[in-house]
Design a protein around this ligand. Structure first.
Ligand code: DQA
Length: 149
């Protein structure tokens, strides 16, 4: 059974209490359950992680590239949080690892502040999803698997 890595960046550990009008009231633990259900329905394993540290996210992406090359990983769903808008290092990691990656945002970043309109992730992502709330995680997992067919 192959694995899907769902990787969450900075401040996503605060889901549930952080700006609920923007991100909803479900916690990261709730999101993990939702992802586990989506993966079980599709017959894949879930690897669910969160880090507030850029380097830890980069290590995870490099590891994912190796796992995909070895045939054990389908790809990555990445919500890079604010690093989306700042991180050349994450851009380079995704490109360098050669991993299939879906960029995900809970909110519609294009309907928010101008500084959220630019993404360093989009040019190296296979697809981009934003604005579906936390339900977007399940949609992104289904989309990743549809792309892999
Ligand atoms: C986010 C959008 C980002 O702009 C923000 O910095 C986040 C969360 C989202 O899921 O909507 O931390 O990626």
């Amino acid at each position: 059974m192959k694995t899907v890595l769902v990787l969450n960046g900075p401040n996503l550990n605060l889901l549930g209490t952080r700006e609920p009008a923007v991100y909803g009231s479900q916690t990261l633990a709730d999101v993990e359950v939702l992802c586990a259900q989506a993966c079980a329905a599709q017959g894949v394993k879930l690897d669910f992680r969160q880090s507030n540290h850029e380097g830890v996210l980069i290590d995870a992406i490099q590891e994912a590239g190796r796992a995909q090359a070895a045939g054990s990983l389908v790809g990555v769903v990445l919500n890079a949080g604010a690093y989306t808008h700042t991180s050349v290092a994450l851009h380079d990691a995704i490109k360098g690892a050669g991993v299939t990656l879906i960029e995900l945002h809970i909110s519609n970043v294009h309907a928010r502040e101008v500084f959220r309109h630019h993404s360093y992730i989009s040019p190296v992502a296979k697809a981009v999803m934003a604005g579906f709330g936390v339900k977007g995680y399940a949609l992104a997992i289904a989309g990743l698997l549809a792309l892999a067919e």
